[in-house]
Ligand binder design. Structure first.
Ligand code: UD1
Length: 392
């Protein structure tokens, strides 16, 4: 790398982005520190300068601010405040508002993470300005193009110059799509880097006590996919299944704002659907939780029922059975090696039956898929540094 600093600009926007970008930023700081130490007093200047843009796709304190605090992310250098809207409007606002920031900052590389609307918008904006793009968590494919995230992944990967993958299947997907293998780097999972770093702190937390839950004595629920929550009949059927399961084991359900709004609509149309007093503590709805509380509650749960992407990976590493209420997953290693099982979300009896099976079986072993060792971000920074030094 030349003596001039190499400028990296990270873009994040929504809750699952924050735990993926934090370790990369920390690893760049560590890389700079090790370079400075190796050079000795008065030696090398900082060689990778980094800045952070928050698009504001998620803006609620409990979906954003608390994550910045707990993950030790710096305050964003730029906040685009795009907020909610249709897919087109949200994507367009990021494109429009990020462009002047990129022109002003003139980064050598834009780093995007995950698969949310902010990810694809930032990749497109940078590419149009001829700024190279690195995609962290590239190559995952559910094969289901009705998922907004699948379109975001496909397009982001076509635009990216550096593609960092979390599992081997992702590299195979990219190969099938004609992406040059030289641009693809299998590095592991930065979300698991964050889990590794913060698990000891999470385990010392008091969320379990505060919510009056006992270790392995409850299930943890999250639901927010449009296919599960935006259709009233489907949401009602899922709530019915959860109620049946809660007769076997209490369920804790931190409710995403999107789902909260849909539940309220359902409630207005049909009367109380979940969380009423007759459910008592057996189906307990809460506001979204911060990272540390959620990690403690996931780590101590008897099972998880979810449609999230990240939770499939985290439960695999924690050894918690995970029932994923989806027909496909973009993270197959969590099924082939881990604790994850796909359950047809349109079959309430199958959901209840799967939960019964999990409760009757002993807990599975925690599994660590290849390179999910807490050091993915270091590998990413090593690749970026080598790439910055070479011809581009
Ligand atoms: C987004 C991502 C999804 C990710 C999820 C994690 C896309 C297409 N989807 O879905 O991949 O798994 O984040 O949470 O990028 N809202 C608030 N406060 C907020 C943000 C949203 O109340 O801070 C409400 C708004 O009513 C909004 C709705 O939630 O319309 C959905 O938010 P949006 O960002 O569009 O998608 P998510 O469902 O959060």
């Amino acid at each position: 790398m030349s003596e001039a600093p190499f400028r990296v600009l990270h873009v994040c926007g929504a809750r699952p982005n924050f735990m993926k970008v934090a370790p990369v930023m920390a690893a760049i700081e560590a890389w700079n520190a090790s370079r400075a130490e190796a050079a000795g007093p008065g030696g090398a200047p900082v060689h990778i300068l980094q800045s952070l843009v928050h698009t504001g796709q998620h803006y609620d304190a409990d979906l954003s601010d608390i994550f910045f605090r707990q993950l030790g992310l710096p305050q964003p250098d730029h906040h685009l405040e795009v907020g909610s809207g249709s897919h087109a409007a949200q994507t367009a606002h990021v494109l429009e508002r990020l462009e002047p920031v990129l022109l002003q900052e003139g980064p050598d590389l834009v780093v995007v993470v995950g698969d949310v609307n902010s990810t694809v918008a930032a990749a497109l904006c940078a590419s149009k300005l001829h700024i190279p793009v690195a995609h962290v968590e590239a190559g995952l494919r559910s094969g289901d193009r009705s998922m907004p995230e699948e379109l975001n992944r496909l397009l982001t990967d076509q635009l990216a110059d550096l593609l960092f993958t979390t599992e081997r299947s992702a590299g195979e997907n990219l190969g099938r799509e004609g992406i040059d293998a030289a641009r693809v780097h299998f590095v592991g999972n930065t979300m698991i880097d964050t889990l590794e770093r913060l698990l000891p702190r999470a385990r010392g937390g008091e969320a379990l006590q505060r919510l009056r839950l006992t270790a392995r004595g409850y299930g943890l629920v999250t639901l927010h996919r449009p296919s599960n929550v935006d259709d009233a009949a489907q949401l009602k059927a899922l709530v019915g299944a959860l109620r049946s399961i809660s007769a076997l084991v209490p369920l804790l359900w931190p409710v995403h704002p999107r789902t909260r709004a849909r539940l309220e609509e359902l409630q207005q149309a049909e009367g109380q659907v979940a969380g009423n007093s007759s459910d008592g503590p057996r189906l307990l709805l809460t506001e979204p939780l911060g990272y540390l509380d959620f990690l403690q509650l996931m780590d101590r749960a008897r099972l998880a029922l979810t449609d999230s992407g990240g939770i499939q990976e985290e439960t695999t590493v924690l050894g918690v059975p995970c029932l994923t209420l989806r027909t496909s997953t973009e993270r197959p290693v969590t099924v082939t090696e881990g604790t994850n099982r796909l359950i047809d979300p349109y079959d309430p009896a199958a959901i209840v039956g799967a939960a019964e099976e999990v409760l009757a079986a002993p807990l599975p072993a925690a599994v660590r898929p290849e390179l999910w060792d807490g050091h993915a971000a270091e590998r990413i920074v090593a690749v970026i540094a080598g790439w910055a030094a070479g011809p581009q």
